[in-house]
Design a protein around this ligand. Structure first.
Ligand code: ADP
Ligand code: MG
Length: 335
């Protein structure tokens, strides 16, 4: 293929790449995408194992409580205890929910046995979950998110140091990815605003057909600057810090590879968002087979193209974060 964004990965790193002196908190990565079936869980399982193999202590968390299957991709038998116990307040200590995998550096918190009537935690429980995730004994916590743009999913995405978005080269996936990014972005902006008037203006702008004619974050910024220049500066700064990263999955052609650049430039032009194109994974029949065999492809078919691309992405991830800023403790109580 003509363009190889998967190049440029750094050499393998040891735990030292993460252990900032004195820092004990885990780095959180979230795997979103807006749409189901695009490969979020497949990606989470493989990247988690790849990072663990580099010597990092990894916990993969199945936050898709309505469709938990991360454990299956990692060959773990349906765990009896899971994140659902934390959500239902049966267990406050996430460490007790850790389940080993066959790799010593990789543990999971499954999403099995959720109460499907109310699978996701309410906002207060979400805040304590996010705090607890950072305190897990790990270098990296990788969250596998469900589909859609539910407030809980957006918060899992926003709380991460790196919000990763899996996109398939097909119109429905691209459309859902934009919807997801837009929802996450506006939520992030609203959380950053202090004044009531400005917050409600952001809420109005979330309605795409709002009567004030606010169509893009740039329009919104202009309106906010008129009300309150200080909030305007905060808004611009928040825009600058929102830095999701995309992965194109199931790539078949050079055109598919370029899609990552196209999404990046649309986001810059129309949303003012800097989206980092992290890499792509090609369509590979071995990927489907690896899921059927409940073994990550980087293990079962190490030499396959998909496995090689996944490991390149893992190496990039093990390098620096994208410079974005997570929103700890700012889960919006209004939703
Ligand atoms: N790169 C790929 N090539 C071929 N098939 C893939 C690839 N990535 C994922 N798949 C297939 O797509 C299915 C759905 O992926 P999954 O990770 O469960 O999606 P999501 O978590 O986004 O709903 C997987 O079970 C696997 O069979
Ligand atoms: Mg999934």
């Amino acid at each position: 293929m003509a363009i190889d964004v998967n190049r440029g990965a750094q050499s393998p790193v040891g735990p030292s790449a993460f252990s900032k002196p004195g820092a004990r908190e885990a780095r959180i990565l979230s795997m979103g995408g807006g749409k189901g079936g695009v490969g979020k869980t497949f990606m989470t399982a493989n990247l988690a194992l790849a990072l663990a193999r580099m010597g990092l202590r990894v916990v993969a968390v199945d936050a898709d409580l309505e469709g938990a299957n991360l454990h299956t991709c990692l060959g773990v038998r349906t765990p009896r205890n899971s994140l659902a116990d934390f959500v239902a307040q049966r267990e406050d200590d996430l460490v007790k929910l850790l389940v080993p995998t066959h790799h010593p550096n990789l543990q999971i918190i499954a999403g099995t046995h959720a109460n499907l009537a109310e699978a996701q935690p309410g906002h207060l429980r979400r805040v304590s979950l996010m705090r607890a995730l950072r305190k897990l004994p790990a270098d990296i916590v990788l969250l596998d998110l469900g589909a859609g743009s539910h407030a809980a999913v957006l918060d899992y995405f926003l709380v991460a140091d790196d919000g990763l978005l899996v996109v398939q080269p097909e119109p429905t996936s691209v459309e859902n990815a934009y919807t997801f990014l837009r929802a996450a972005f506006y939520r992030r902006l609203r959380l950053a605003m202090v004044g009531h008037d400005v917050r409600s203006l952001v809420s109005q702008a979330m309605d795409q057909r709002n009567e004030r004619g606010i169509r893009t974050p740039f329009d919104l910024l202009r309106e906010i600057e008129l009300i309150d220049p200080l909030e305007g500066r905060r808004f611009a700064e928040t825009m600058r810090r929102f830095r999701p990263r995309i992965i194109i999955n199931e790539v078949r052609t050079a055109e598919d590879v370029k899609l990552g650049f196209a999404i990046s430039s649309v986001c810059r032009k129309y949303f003012g968002i800097e989206v980092d194109y992290l890499g792509y994974v090609n369509f590979d029949e071995a990927a489907r087979q690896s899921v059927a065999a409940r073994t990550p492809i980087i293990e079962s078919r190490e030499g396959s193209d998909a496995a090689i691309y996944l490991q390149r992405i893992a190496k990039k991830l093990a390098g620096a974060s994208n410079g974005g800023e997570p929103v700890m403790d700012t889960v919006d109580a209004s939703t």
